[in-house]
Design a protein around this ligand. Structure first.
Ligand code: HEM
Length: 565
């Protein structure tokens, strides 16, 4: 099997696949590029397109093609175009599997075909990241993304199926070059009493973890950026380790301290870069334990992220209209950042809590983060991995926790939330503080001698307090919002809900009332029309200012005319 034969088969198959499943952009284009490239070299394979005769249904042929492409890709020196096409074929063939079980079997078979290849990321020229044999990719909430043995991840920022590549880079003419005017890739060194901080601005992804966590050492807008005397050595070491881009490093006694190796993983951060950990080699270079790769296509230091996503407003799709506390907090990565800071920075140095947690298990921060994630509406991690409610209760049982311990715990977790960059809006912090108060007081109760907490309960589910959610209120600091111009009907024109009434309610009004009814639903507004009218007349709805009189009159007219749809 040659690349040219694969290309010919892909072309035939493309004609037989149902519309909407085209191979043109993701398979045929890169394969054709690989064949064209091979033709420029003295290659016995190149030349006339081979004759192919295909049998079987399109779905069967797709699966055979995916396997043959994988076999070819597994050979040494596979060209980028072949690897990119293999990624698309593997993905599509697995989606065509009949059920989850056969999809898992297909993934296993493909993994076997290319099992000899090391886990690595290669950067295709003006194309995607070619990710080989990675088994852990998570989204920004920490939820796993389905991996395939060969993947192509979007690098240009334009794919409609992010993080996967959909061939958009070719359509938009993406260029993968570095910008000659980029911040130079140069390591500066800031000597402190115990630790010297190394900083390479050229590869900083501006995630802000260091400046949130240790603002006295990593100083926004000040020169020099790093002041090593502003914090304790252990705090600095931990902040440096938490730097996702690898811009920060440290030297102790003149020797650069290597970063500890973690499991190979890729995190697709929100509105930002891919965060790579675990020393996955990049274009064969395995010298970095962690680094951040550009995902918006605009970095000045491609493929490394240079923080441009922030300046160009690169944005993933917005959160759902009704986000959970888990989503709003920033998911498992943010909660783990917070619990790590809590148990690593605050607890050990605290006179009350230090001794209490002195013998906690090393993964205690991850465990508490998993509990919080589940409580805040995220995946059931604590129940599935750490023993659920009964285990948590057993951990507090018999500890006779006191109010002094509890209030210190509550005070320091709130500081850790600040340091970890959790959202600071009143709605989130009200819900967070309410949970901490509730949960910590129950922990104290359950820990008393002779306490009998109810057994086998589910992990509690916390929610926004009093329905105060993001967007349900206008911030006093928000720029003034122009009211939408609504066309008022003439006096002899009938008033209709869709044409005249619904446009009066903004998305914000709808959100803030959604706990009772839907202001964009004709039926709901009819049902509550009298109450709504009363509040409109009183001026107490909406909460950021009364409607103009002509809008209130219009609503009243619509009620009087019999609520036309
Ligand atoms: C909302 C409040 C709280 C939450 C969500 C929480 C969560 C947890 C969880 C999930 C565990 C079990 C970890 C595991 O799976 O091993 C745990 C253990 C523990 N908690 Fe809490 N806790 C809270 C409040 C408190 C308070 C107020 C104290 C005392 C100041 C406390 C002290 C402890 C101790 C000493 C352990 C055992 C740690 C070890 O030795 O491994 N907790 N907590």
């Amino acid at each position: 099997m040659s690349t040219a034969a694969l290309l010919a088969r892909a072309r035939l198959l493309d004609r037989d696949l149902a519309p909407g499943e085209p191979l043109a952009e993701t398979v045929i284009r890169p394969l054709a590029a690989a064949v064209a490239e091979a033709a420029t070299r003295p290659d016995p394979e190149a030349g006339a397109e081979p004759e192919v005769a295909e049998t079987g249904s399109p779905a069967e042929r797709l699966w055979e093609l995916a396997k043959d492409a994988t076999r070819l890709r597994a050979l040494p020196g596979a060209p980028d175009g072949l690897i990119e096409a293999t990624a698309a074929l593997q993905h599509l063939a697995c989606l065509f599997a009949e059920d989850a079980e056969s999809m898992a079997a297909r993934i296993e078979e493909l993994a076997g075909l290319q099992g000899g290849l090391e886990t690595r990321i290669d950067v295709a020229a003006d194309g995607p990241y070619l990710v080989t044999n990675a088994t852990k990719i998570t989204n920004w909430l920490g939820e796993p993304i389905q991996t395939f043995p060969q993947m192509a991840l979007c690098r240009c920022g334009a794919s409609t199926v992010k993080p996967l590549c959909d061939g958009s880079h070719a359509r938009i003419g993406f260029k993968g070059d570095k910008d000659p005017a980029r911040v130079p890739d140069r390591q500066e060194s800031y000597e402190g009493v115990q630790v010297t901080v190394l900083d390479n601005r050229g590869i900083c992804a501006h995630s802000g973890f260091c400046t949130d966590r240790l603002p006295t050492v990593f100083r926004v807008g000040e020169e020099p950026f790093v002041a090593p005397s502003g914090g304790r050595a252990d705090e600095i070491v931990r902040a440096v380790r938490a730097c996702p881009s690898g811009a920060l490093g440290q030297a102790i006694d003149g020797r650069t301290a290597p970063a500890p190796r973690r499991e190979p993983a890729i995190e697709v951060s929100k509105d930002g870069p891919y965060r790579i950990t675990g020393g996955i080699p990049l274009d064969g270079d395995a010298s970095r334990e962690h680094y951040s790769l550009c995902r918006c296509g605009q970095s000045r230091n491609k493929p490394i992220c240079s923080g441009m996503h922030y300046h160009v407003g690169f944005a993933d799709p917005p959160l759902s209209e009704d986000p959970t506390l888990f989503e709003w907090a920033g998911g498992l990565p943010a909660l783990t950042r917070m619990t790590r800071i809590f148990y690593e920075k605050y607890v050990p140095h605290d006179d009350l809590l230090g001794p209490l947690f002195a013998r906690m298990s090393p993964d205690h921060p991850q465990r508490v983060a998993a509990w919080l994630a589940e409580t805040f509406g995220g995946p059931k991690l604590y129940t599935e991995q750490y023993g659920g409610y009964d285990h948590m209760v057993a951990e507090h049982a018999g500890k006779a926790l006191t109010e002094q311990w509890r209030s210190r715990w509550a005070q320091l977790i709130s500081r850790a939330a600040d340091d970890a960059g959790l959202p600071t809006d009143p709605e989130f912090r009200a819900a967070f503080a309410a949970y901490v108060e509730w949960g910590s007081r129950i922990a104290v109760e359950n820990s008393q001698p002779g306490a009998t907490p109810p057994p086998h309960m589910p992990v509690p589910q916390w929610w926004w307090v009093c329905e105060a959610r993001p967007g349900s209120r206008v911030s006093a600091l928000a720029p003034p919002v122009e009211r939408t111009e609504v066309r008022l009907p003439a006096s002899d024109e009938p008033v209709g809900f869709a044409d005249h009434i619904k446009p009066l309610f903004r998305a914000m009004d709808r959100r803030s009332m959604s706990f009772v009814f839907d202001l964009w639903s004709h039926d709901d507004v009819v049902r509550h029309a009298d109450a709504i009218l009363a509040r409109l007349r009183k001026g107490s709805m909406p909460c950021d200012g009364a409607w103009p009189a002509e809008h209130v009159d219009l609503f009243a007219r619509w009620v009087a005319e019999g609520h036309a749809p």
